[in-house]
Design a protein around this ligand. Structure first.
Ligand code: ZN
Length: 162
């Protein structure tokens, strides 16, 4: 007879993890939250979430909750002023609709989609910022683990949760 020593599956590589979370900045403003939405699900260990959160989740199990503050180096990186640049307005298909504060998508030379923030719009050019919107920020998370399960082979092959 097998004896089951209780406890839930622990978070580690190749596990699918679901969490409820609230993310606040250092002033206490809510930047993002899963409240009122489905929990966030991801394959642990494949870089789909920031390192500071991944580190803290290791070994946790369903029902665990915790708070963690993540420094920029383990979050979305330090803010890099050299990642601001300007492009001609004619580069945009819908240039009349471009406004300061908007986020736009662009493809870089490797074909990856990048999110850019519009910092300013001038007569014939647009100032863009390629920093992640959360770059340079200390991120304060409240996290509750709602599920931990094995990833299927298909999920591991695809690199995302089904
Ligand atoms: Zn898939």
């Amino acid at each position: 007879m097998k004896t089951f020593y209780g406890g839930y599956m622990k978070i580690g590589s190749e596990k699918v993890v679901s969490i409820d979370y609230t993310l606040k900045d250092s002033e206490g403003s809510i930047l993002d939250s899963s409240e009122g939405k489905e929990p966030l699900s991801f394959i642990y260990g494949n870089g789909s979430i920031i390192r500071g959160l991944e580190n803290e989740l290791e070994g946790k199990e369903k029902g665990d909750s915790f708070s963690v503050s993540v420094e920029p180096k383990d979050g979305y990186g330090e803010y890099d002023e050299s990642m601001m640049f300007e492009v001609g307005k004619e580069q945009f298909q819908n240039s009349a609709e471009i406004e300061k504060g908007m986020q736009v998508q662009a493809q870089n030379s490797e074909g990856q989609v990048q999110i850019l923030t519009v910092m300013d719009v001038e007569e014939d050019k647009v100032i863009l910022d390629a920093n992640h919107p959360l770059a340079g920020k200390v991120l304060h998370f409240d996290v509750a683990v709602t599920e931990v399960r094995e990833a299927s082979k298909e999920e591991l092959d695809h690199g995302h949760v089904h």
